[in-house]
Design a protein around this ligand. Sequence first.
Ligand code: PLP
Length: 395
Amino acid sequence: MKRDAEAIGIGTQLTRLGRDPQEQHGFVNTPVYRGSTVIFKTVDDLENSRAKYAYGTLGTPTIESLESAWSAIAGAAGTVISPSGLGALALALLTTLKSGDHLLMPDSVYRPTRTFCATLLAKFGVEIEYYDPVIADGIEELFKSNTSTIFLESPGSQSFEIQDVPAITRIARARGIKTIIDNTWATPIFFRAHDHGCDISVEAGTKYLGGHSDLLMGLVSANAQTWPELRKTYDSLAMLPGAEDCFLALRGLRTMHLRLEAAQRRGLEIAAWMAEQPEVMRVLHPALPSCPGHELWKRDFKGATGLFSVILKPQFDKQSIAAMLDHMEIFGMGYSWGGFESLIVPFDCGEYRTATRWAPGGLALRLQIGLEDTEDLKRDLRSGLDRLGGGAGSR
Ligand SMILES: *Cc1c(COP(=O)(O)O)cnc(C)c1O
């Protein structure tokens, strides 16, 4: 079955995985199973765990459908599902870390992950050290006798540094150190994290799996060596998703590759167009040859999604940014991404980085490109850039 899944195309896989009409009276989709109690027929079944399902926290057909589908597309030995991406990241870290361990975190990591480390992990005596995300095999110099986990996120949140994942996982494996990656941007469709040596891969399903800004979900997949420990950690926390949410995620899964292809095409079109606007100094999009890390992206990734950043020229200040963003017509101002609608937010990594210096030379904006017509998006952005004011003389 696994060989069959690998031989067929991703579109075909996504239409077939995680559902079995024969088990559902012929209906195409796995329905929403809600439930806590499972009834056993005999004492023997009850006492010797002979039933397929035993209790709601241990799994339902709805949850299992999503877990098995995700494991297949991620190339993982197993997957567990959490109620949010951040919850999934916490679960991954709690799987590989214990009190007294040394954890290496990229300075470009998603900020709430950093907060989780500073609050919960620090409280339990984990030693956290931030590293330059582009360190590649130089990471070896940071190893200590108690280093147990290296966390990766590629590209980095907001700033889009691409990490040399194969170089880092190769060294980690040789030293018996576990690697966890936040693979949300690329998804397993554009970056097969386990094939590149990562032990655990985390996806905020909130983004492209949901795809409609109406779902919070996290997925944690693991390779064969790490899977038993991940499942054990998960079962002891019972941090499971709602049944309706799994149904929405399974629905999102069927069209995910089409939405990703559209995100790639539209994202690149707008990124290249932004790079030509006189107010823009630089565009941080790994698929653009001008972006640092482009060569690594080309080597390791199968595609790019629709989230990228731009750095404005130095003459614009926070007031200019407010003049631009307060009056956008199509772009919404808000967090998260991967939905059907375009978003734009200002950001400043300098507020929290500790191992590297964020000094891009101008104020920064992050854009999520949705499914609107790109000509409309360009018109909205062009009007916004006009509102920046101040810069006209230096164009
Ligand atoms: C959004 C996001 C998360 C967290 O997902 P939530 O479901 O919002 O908790 C984690 N990592 C990255 C890179 C994200 O963009």
